[in-house]
Ligand binder design. Structure first.
Ligand code: SAH
Length: 345
């Protein structure tokens, strides 16, 4: 086997066998795959980059995912909840800056009942009918997902975290299961959401074989969006002394996923920008086509601390966006005012 030939095959057939993926991960040809991934992304999206305004509206969480800084048992986390008014004000600021997608992300917080969230979603939908609403608030019942969808939510981000059962158990407490996570993903798709799954690269105990399983799950599930970023340790978790995920491997995986699912929406994540100064630019040059700047009020940004040293927690949104725009222009891409929906080929 030869890596370049495998990359050609991946580009042609949009899939590889498990053994072939494993070989490729062990024998990376970075520049070769980045070039192909970039060409593919340009074929579908030109030099356009979609932006999503991320509103981190609560860091309360009932779960205890071992890797996450806002896990329930982290008593050092300073908890906050945005008021409905604050959330709407983030949307207003975002809309005026050209955002046409709002992403409501948070911990699993009982302080936001289904009724309250339905009101928030309907309000945003009524006020900004030309915008997409994305939710990223964890595992809920089929009926709850359906009610949110009927209220106006269009998309849902729920990373599967790892497609290997025993690895999943090493990252999560017993009450959480990969089965339920996957069931949620299938429910979301059935309801009609544009759905995003994904995983952390270099999470504790992850093997290359696990990553192959992630790729195979992603291919099979065929999501509209795929969020992957490096694992970054958080000082208040039991994984505090684990190394961060590999930057190069994350880029390589972005490129593989671009070739596997050519028209999918793939963000260059904040975590990628955190472990490397040019992380987001390099993510785009490896095939990513989405950025998710922070729309949360500057006063709470540091508190939404999933991992240490998160970037862009100091500035106002307008500053962040200007900075990103000029960074993106420098590499020959442009940020557009667009909902950036998934389109079938
Ligand atoms: N509560 C929601 C949103 C989770 S936060 C949910 O359950 O989906 C969004 C993502 O951040 C998670 O899915 C996880 O993959 C990522 N994340 C959490 N802790 C992290 C860490 N220490 N390093 C890198 N990414 C992390």
């Amino acid at each position: 086997m030869n890596s370049k030939a495998l990359i050609d095959k991946l580009e042609r057939e949009k899939n590889l066998s498990g053994d072939e993926f494993l070989f490729l991960l062990k024998n990376r040809e970075d520049e070769y795959i980045f070039q192909k991934a970039q060409t593919t992304s340009k074929k579908y999206f030109g030099n356009k980059i979609f932006i999503r305004g991320l509103i981190e509206f609560t860091n309360y969480c009932k779960n205890d995912c071992y890797y996450c800084g806002i896990k329930k048992s982290n008593l050092n986390a300073q908890r906050y909840r945005l008021t409905d008014k604050q959330i709407f004000s983030c949307c207003k600021i975002g809309y005026d800056l050209g955002f046409r997608t709002f992403v409501l992300q948070g911990g699993e917080d009982a302080g936001f009942s289904d009724e309250r969230l339905i009101k928030i979603i309907s309000h945003i939908k009524n006020k900004y009918p030309d915008c997409a609403i994305t939710l990223s608030i964890g595992e809920k019942s089929f009926d709850t997902y359906k009610n949110f969808f009927d209220a106006g939510a269009n998309r849902y981000l729920l990373r599967h975290e790892t497609a290997n059962e025993s690895h999943y158990q090493k990252l999560h407490p017993q009450n959480l299961s990969l089965d339920n996570r996957k069931k949620c993903l299938y429910n979301l798709k059935e309801i009609g959401y544009q759905v995003g799954c994904g995983f952390m690269v270099g999470s504790p105990f992850q093997t290359l074989e696990n990553i192959v399983e992630d790729l195979q799950f992603i291919k099979k599930f065929s999501p509209h969006m795929i969020g992957i970023g490096p694992f970054i340790s958080h000082k208040d978790t039991k994984f505090s002394s684990f190394s961060n995920g590999s930057f190069a491997m994350t880029l390589f995986l972005i490129a593989i996923i671009r070739l596997m699912l050519p028209n999918s929406l793939i963000p260059a994540t904040t975590a990628l920008g955190t472990i490397n100064n040019f992380g987001r630019e390099k993510g785009i040059l490896a095939g990513a086509n989405v950025l998710m700047p922070n729309l949360s009020p500057a006063s709470v940004r540091k508190k939404y601390s999933l991992y240490d040293n998160k970037i862009c927690t100091g500035e106002e949104t307008a500053q962040c966006l200007n900075c990103l725009k000029s960074r993106i222009n420098k590499i020959g891409y442009e940020i557009v005012v667009d909902r950036g929906d998934f389109k079938n080929e």
